[in-house]
Write a protein that binds this ligand. Structure first.
Ligand SMILES: Cc1cc2nc3c(=O)[nH]c(=O)nc-3n(C[C@H](O)[C@H](O)[C@H](O)COP(=O)(O)OP(=O)(O)OC[C@H]3O[C@@H](n4cnc5c(N)ncnc54)[C@H](O)[C@@H]3O)c2cc1C
Length: 386
């Protein structure tokens, strides 16, 4: 039985190795268009490869897989994050789970994963043909099974139904000079949302010299990837700097007025906001009156301040890349593949794994986990197909 795997990335190698482990008599060839295999694994996670996640903080897979969570839930019954963790450790890669639940090789070096894959590929006699681009599946007519592991935005080759590929996991450009002056400010628990939609994400938010970044923004870019694309990355954005509701915030500010009426607004920082951010928000809301004392804050001003803390409006004016990770939202339409085997319903013996499928995750190791899970599923299906 001969299997051709198109794409020498994470999914392609994981699939090839698992297929050989399950069925050593399989002939497996990986075709990779560039000279180098596993290029994304090398640069992933800032060179450390965030290879999976403990999922300890994940209540619902839709939180971490904005597209494909139902299929991932089903596929996890075959191979989930615990299986992936165990797989790497069994193959000699010691892993560590960080406090934020991201899992990395203990070596903190993506080459540990690359070396393992290359070693196992060699040991199993997997043929790896680099600088070999497959332009048509007709080139592979003497193979029994073909698997597309070509990554994001590359499904056209198979002539199957796809959803349009658009970027995910990016940061927002915001044309606001006063905000940009806060560059480097991190707010540990902010909520960013797109007014008038259900898209919202909570987590650390970083103010940069081009706008906003950090986990909250990256998550929001993933949840709203398609809408943002359709609106040419020009949409309103709002930030709740405290992730608290207006009533709570108002009550806390009223307490300050009672306790510190004589103090200047700028000198008492509620909610542990940084001095720079608090002063910026005060000036944005009150202008020159930001220099007043707490007792001079009138009702209207108090309401405006509460609104600014909980619902601070901006305009997204473009997207900027996030250097550590970005993925493609879109790919092979999941309704066109068998959910147990990931075989095409329209093209028998053609399978898909990895980012080429319309599955994508937020940052935190979820995208590699999707690659491991889908690749394992296909390996099992092919190994049992004889
Ligand atoms: C900078 C960066 C950092 C990242 N960090 C992380 C991280 O830490 N954790 C995480 O979970 N995810 C991370 N990701 C996402 C993760 O890298 C991808 O989700 C994952 O690599 C997808 O694997 P894949 O095998 O499906 O696709 P790819 O890794 O993209 O591999 C596809 C391969 O197919 C080849 N190919 C394409 N077309 C053809 C063709 N016609 N013929 C032959 N070969 C072809 C390509 O050259 C490529 O080598 C990161 C992404 C980037 C860009």
């Amino acid at each position: 039985m001969k299997t051709a795997i198109i794409g020498g990335g994470a999914a392609g190698f994981f699939l090839a190795i698992n297929l050989k482990e399950m069925n050593p008599s399989c002939e497996v060839t990986i075709f990779e268009k560039s000279k180098k295999v596993l290029a994304k694994v090398e640069v992933s996670g800032g060179g450390r490869c965030n290879c999976t996640n403990s999922f300890a903080a994940v209540r619902d897979l839709s939180q971490v897989y904005p597209r494909g969570h139902r299929l991932m839930k089903r596929l996890f019954k075959q191979f989930d994050y615990r299986d992936a963790y165990e797989w790497f450790e069994r193959h000699g890669v010691r892993l560590v789970t960080q406090d934020d639940q991201c899992v990395f090789p203990a070596s903190q070096d993506s080459h540990t994963i690359i070396n393992l894959f290359l070693f196992e590929a060699k040991r199993h006699g997997i043929e790896v043909r680099t600088a070999h681009k497959i332009s048509s599946l007709d080139e592979l007519s003497d193979y029994d099974h073909i698997v597309l592991t070509t990554g994001g935005g590359t499904a056209a080759l198979a002539g199957v139904a796809t959803t349009e590929p658009v970027p995910s996991l990016f940061t927002f450009c915001i044309a606001d000079e006063a905000l940009k002056a806060l560059m480097g400010t991190v707010v540990e628990n902010a909520t960013a949302f797109i007014p008038g939609t259900t898209f919202r994400a909570t987590g650390p938010l970083l103010i940069t010299h081009w706008g906003m970044s950090g986990p909250a923004i990256l998550k929001l870019s993933s949840y709203a990837a398609r809408d943002l694309h359709d609106h040419h990355y020009q949409m309103p954005l709002a930030v709740n700097w405290l992730s608290r509701n207006e009533a709570e915030v108002q009550s806390e500010l009223l307490q300050i007025i009672i306790r510190h009426p004589q103090k200047q607004l700028t000198t008492i920082r509620p909610f542990d906001l940084s001095t720079r951010l608090w002063t910026y928000l005060l000036e944005k809301t009150l202008g020159e009156r930001a220099q007043n004392r707490w007792q001079n804050l009138n009702k209207k001003e108090l309401n405006r301040l509460v609104n600014c803390l909980c619902n601070d409006g901006y305009q997204i004016a473009g997207r900027a890349a996030f250097k550590d990770e970005f993925v493609t939202c879109g790919g092979v339409d999941l309704s066109t593949v068998n959910p147990h085997t990931l075989e095409s319903k329209t093209h028998p013996h053609l399978y898909f794994a990895g980012e080429v499928l319309d599955i994508d995750g937020i940052t935190g190791g979820f995208n590699f986990q999707a690659a491991w899970t889908t690749a394992y599923t296909v390996a099992k299906a092919i190994s049992q197909s004889e």
